[in-house]
Design a protein around this ligand. Structure first.
Ligand SMILES: [Zn+2]
Length: 222
């Protein structure tokens, strides 16, 4: 139950996407020059399959140099377990607060992991992707931004939906604040962790999600 699309092409980069409607997250592959990185690798079979994805896009697994993880949940990370045996070079980038759960549960060698705190710039070919700490869905949730493109994980989805906050380390107040942080950024295309991509006017979707989150926060406090 997933669709493979070449989502966006500019002079500097290509974004390939696996849009998942099942129990796996979306997966994005960013290519700049000959370097490639994955944002969220997904759950793995039967809900997604990174080998199949790379085949469809005609990408050699050895060309993947970096894996950026938006947050700890298994629907975004579980396929790492298989991937790290087939590609022994790629580094895994994850926020400090979400790192240990992922490393321990998937038995990942610690020296393959690069710890993020927010505000780092990660280079892929000729571009740099900025990590932005946006807690709320989990305490270590990150968004990744390059120019007008933002990868939002489970913080915010299309049409004013936002990530649940009832799982461990979730926090509605922090999530609302993280959405406010996003509203200050100059972004136009949104690539969320689930569901459809918004290529234009992402801000209006984020603004609606912020209003919804704020409304739900206020109703919880009353
Ligand atoms: Zn999640």
């Amino acid at each position: 139950m997933y669709a493979h699309v070449q989502a966006k092409t500019t002079e500097k980069l290509k974004i390939y996407a696996v849009i998942s409607y099942g129990l796996s997250s979306n997966t994005y592959i960013i290519e700049s020059r000959d370097e490639k990185a994955i944002i969220d690798i997904g759950y793995g079979p039967p809900h997604s399959n990174i080998n199949e994805t790379l085949n469809i896009f005609k990408i050699d697994i050895k060309d993947i140099k970096k894996i950026l993880i938006t947050h700890r949940h298994r629907d975004h990370t579980r396929e790492l377990k298989k991937f790290i045996y087939e590609n022994e070079e790629a580094k895994i980038y994850i926020h400090k607060n979400d790192r240990d759960v992922v490393v321990e549960s998937l038995k990942i060698d610690k020296d393959r992991v690069q710890t993020l705190y927010g505000d780092e710039e990660i280079s892929i070919g000729e571009i740099k992707i900025k990590a932005i700490h946006t807690p709320g869905h989990t305490s270590g949730s990150l968004c990744f931004k390059h120019e007008e493109n933002i990868f939002t994980g489970d913080l915010v989805f299309a049409n004013g939906l936002y990530g649940r906050t009832d799982l461990p380390t979730g926090n509605q107040k922090e999530l609302t604040r993280s959405l406010e942080k996003l509203l200050k950024l100059d972004v136009d295309s949104m690539f969320p962790g689930h569901g459809e991509i918004t290529l234009k006017d992402a801000k209006s979707h984020i603004k609606l999600a912020w209003k919804n989150a704020l409304r739900d926060l206020t109703s919880k406090q009353n």
